[in-house]
Design a protein around this ligand. Sequence first.
Ligand code: HPA
Length: 275
Amino acid sequence: MNDANPLDDPGADPFEIARAAAADIARLTGVEHHDIALTLGSGWGRAADLVGETTATVPATEVTGFSRPALEGHPGTLRSILTPSGTRVLVIGARTHFYEGHGVRRVVHSVRTAAATGATIMVLTNGAGGVRRTFSPGQPVLISDHINLTAASPLEGATFVDLTDLYSARLRALARTVEPALDEGVYCQFRGPHYETPAEVRMAGIIGGDIVGMSTALEAIAAREAGMEVLGFSLITNLAAGIQETPLSHEEVLEAGQAAGPVISQLLARVVAAI
Ligand code: HPA
């Protein structure tokens, strides 16, 4: 496999590369058009199997512009799934994080590719820390809005995009028809990969944040730029630094994701079925 990524050429057009990626997906899956795209973050991985029948699985490395996975043992894949009602879902199991340091173009490439396959709804999921003490590990929360603390944007040049109602009120209401008890909160994207300090978590709470994590906000902006409707879910894997008394660890995050996996995967599949 070649490490060169066409997105790293500053002169390249990222939208053209996304169209090339969508053409790869069409060729490799035999599916010309997808309706919904789903990015599966920590804990949400099993949802794909419940959404419908997987008709094709493609290693992300065979699709133009996708990066080699950051975490060892994570062969990122893209899956085409047919739901019982005939909706085509593109499941993105290959996320590039901003903290990897490859630039925002690579972070949002999967979203731009999803849009280029025809998807008009982008469902973004993640594992995150809870700032609000009323949240508990294992709890899924709807993202109602975000605060982007990365100091970066996927938009280039004088591209002014309205982010009012970025996390679609319509889709949040629809999710609540499936699970009326779903709480919601404002997601703060930090750069990472270090977890936040307790002072940063306090700041996040003071400025209006309820959840802290290292993904999603930049992807949501790119989805809106592409004209997609966005639905966001966080799995609270831990209470954020200083809110919980014990130190944070990646193992704890993974374990919480494992434990909550079956319940949140079912929730997500039911929400996708309701869309
Ligand atoms: N902070 C940032 N990212 C995270 C956390 C957290 O507490 N938990 C899971 N991802």
